[in-house]
Design a binder for this molecule. Sequence first.
Ligand SMILES: *Cc1c(COP(=O)(O)O)cnc(C)c1O
Length: 368
Amino acid sequence: MNVPLLDLKAQYATIKDEIDPAMQAVMDSQYFINGPEVKELERRVAEYSQCAAAVGVSSGTDALLCSLMTLGIGPGDEVITTPYTFFATAGSIWRSGARPVFVDIEPDTFNIDPAKIASAVTNKTKAIMPVHLFGQMADMDAICAVARDRGLFVIEDAAQAIGATTKGRKAGSIGTVGCFSFFPSKNLGGMGDGGMVTTQDADLADRLAQCRNHGSEPKYYHKWVGANFRLDTLQAAGLIVKLRHLDDWSASRRANAARYNELFADVEEVVTPTVRGDNVMIYNQYVIRIPRRDALQAFLTDSSIGSAIYYPLSLHEQECFSPLGYSRGDFPESERAAGETIALPIYPELTDEQILHVASKVKEFLAT
Ligand SMILES: *Cc1c(COP(=O)(O)O)cnc(C)c1O
């Protein structure tokens, strides 16, 4: 049996008769930039995410960079974030000209440890950028308390967490801004690159929209320098269709996770994901800890089972960030997670047979 890590063709088969006409309508209109679908998607994502406004952008990475630029964060500033995340989180801080300052993670949720944030704040700190990793929100109450005390912005990297909640509040609705990605492998994935910034501040939304279009307002008049961070009309049209299915897909991912948890309940070597009582997780990834992780991945690959390592090297150890002066040992929980975790297939269209097969292959490996 073949079990890929993700099967986008299986998903497309279930919505082809909705997606194709939506894309064709944009082709017929030839309205590729700032078409009405972009505004429509913004309205729907804002509503879905319990936010006052949303601004479509070209990717999750650009959602982060556009937010940093619009908030006036740049050279001489520091932004606190986690070393255990996709590269774009710290990469966008670096590209803004600011300095990424890392804080270690909680070993159970893999999210930034709020208890360690306050001691990383300096008089240069401008923002905290928590990541809602794998689809579970970081401890926003604790993070926002530190930010409020020190007058810092909170930029939620919600790229993996659209629809996730903590105490009933949606990802992207609590910080100064929320940054989403529509990369095809996210729970709400486009037909290419795309992203969104959400906020409760209508004035900030206007400035984000200016930044997205070279800081232009009115057209051809520039008070400040933005960039081309626009979302394509074609992407928006497809995403409007997919958003209608998002809650069903995320519920299927949760059910699949519950099934794995049950199958691994009696397996001592497997540490299944911890979800805090206040949180609803959307399982963009189902990530376990396990001994001999790399050997397990080779075994799964040989058994035609997809898996991935998110992430094999913490960001403070990346070569490009060596000027920041960090070294191995600085963030032990992040480093340990990088060596012990593996993501198993969790996509909504998985069959029970496939889940059983994956779990039994993991157990077979542990018995070797
Ligand atoms: C995917 C992702 C991004 C970047 O999104 P893109 O749309 O690929 O640019 C940023 N942060 C995290 C945590 C992500 O998972």
